[in-house]
Design a protein around this ligand. Structure first.
Ligand code: ATP
Length: 386
């Protein structure tokens, strides 16, 4: 193992109908998810939706009310956390402050291979078997540290490390047991933006090299898109959609998911408003939005600011909506332009582009948007269809 990465025997994870309750509150409501061996899946959702509870349930740290969890095809229901073959990395890293990094990384092995006696240095010296075990643990700590490029830090205590370095030590402590499954609960949350980006790239590269099946919790959709094979989107204790980053970005199944993936803004216009005001098509009855006919369409149409544009005059043959410029916001390399549709019924529509900075307030134009990229959804509850 020395000098090379250790590849793990990847395991599958299957969760079926997992339910967990805190009093009257259902933190997990019949959650089902399958993760392939070696796959990296993110659990993405807003604060309080149940992401940590799901991870803790898989690790055996939370008592579940119903459902099953299988790792590598074997049920782990009823098994103690340490017998499940999973490694958990917490947002806080939970390192032992009085131990060096080497001791922190070695801690899980010392507990499992030497047992409580491993804490007694005198006995180590007296027992040849313990000495050999201790040497093999030291070798494994060295190999793990090389893999994470933290060898120079091994003698330091956690207080003498940066956030990124602590995070690597916590990963090392998880990695050393060669777990069947990695559970990472917002492990990058305490890092600043630049370090966070770099560390997520490193984390993904490491995961690919060792092939560990990984569940990664985050509330940051950009992070989930960048790092995952697949994303499971969670709201209110339920998984609403599972797919590749591209599938979810292009084809969100609900308006809530579309909004979550279009931060800070998604334009939402009632289909009836579009029907009334859109003009410029050779035949208005032929307009298709996201592949469906606008004629007779109910609900709302959503499109992203980057899929919208404004022109001074309607382009022949291209459907567009008359609009008035409300205000513009410069945003560095591009700008946001906020326009109101001529009908006065719809909230402002945001357009994002390089070419719009010169539009004065009150100017009239025509709003175009990419009809293929737009999607229709049922109207949100409480929003009337006009
Ligand atoms: P965050 O992103 O803020 O960490 P989360 O998606 O991980 O949130 P959980 O920590 O899983 O959410 O919590 C889900 C829900 O269950 C929340 O409403 C939370 O208040 C509740 N909850 C979690 N743990 C407990 C507990 N031990 N007792 C009571 N309620 C709890």
């Amino acid at each position: 193992m020395q000098g090379t990465d250790h590849t793990m025997e990847s395991q599958t994870l299957e969760i079926a109908d997992l339910t967990c309750r805190f009093g009257a509150h259902r933190a997990l409501d019949a959650v089902s998810l399958s993760v392939g061996a070696g796959e990296f899946v993110s659990i993405l959702g807003p604060s309080g939706c149940g992401k940590s509870t799901l991870l803790r349930s898989i690790a055996g740290l939370e008592a579940v009310e119903g459902g099953t969890i299988r790792i590598g095809g074997q049920s782990v229901d009823g098994l103690r956390p340490r017998d499940r073959g999973v490694a958990f990395v917490f947002q806080s890293y939970a390192l032992y402050p009085h131990m060096s990094c080497a001791e922190n990384i070695a801690a899980p092995l010392r507990m499992s291979e030497l047992g409580p006696l491993g804490r007694l240095p005198l006995l180590w010296r007296l027992s040849g078997r313990m000495r050999r075990t201790r040497e093999s643990i030291a070798d494994r700590v060295g190999a793990t540290a090389r893999q994470l490029q933290i060898e120079p830090l091994l003698g330091r205590r956690p207080a003498a490390l940066s956030g990124g370095q602590r995070q690597r030590v916590a990963l090392g402590r998880a990695l050393i047991r060669e777990p069947a499954l990695f559970l990472l609960d917002e492990p990058l949350a305490n890092l600043d933006a630049a370090l966070r980006n770099r560390t997520r790239t490193d984390l993904r590269a490491l995961q690919r090299r060792i092939g560990a099946t990984t569940l990664f919790v985050t509330h940051d959709q950009t992070e989930a898109m960048a790092i995952s094979d697949r994303i499971a989107v969670m709201f209110d204790g339920r998984i609403h959609q599972v797919g590749t980053p591209d599938e979810i970005y292009r084809d969100p199944e609900t308006l809530a998911i579309a909004r979550f993936f279009s931060q800070p803004h998604l334009n939402v216009v009632p289909a009836a408003t579009l029907r009334r005001h859109i003009g410029g098509a050779t035949a208005a009855g032929d307009i298709r939005i996201g592949g469906a006919a606008l004629e007779g369409m109910a609900g709302v149409v959503a499109f992203r600011p980057e899929d919208a544009s404004i022109r001074t005059a309607r382009r022949p043959g291209l459907p567009g909506l008359p609009c008035t410029v409300d205000h513009a916001e410069h945003a560095g390399h591009d700008a946001n332009l906020f326009v109101r549709l001529a009908d006065g019924e719809t909230a402002v529509v945001r357009i994002r582009s390089h070419e719009i900075a010169d539009w004065p307030q009150g100017a009239e134009g025509v709003l175009h948007f990419d009809l293929d990229a737009a999607r229709r959804f049922d109207a949100p509850q409480g929003e009337a269809e006009t």
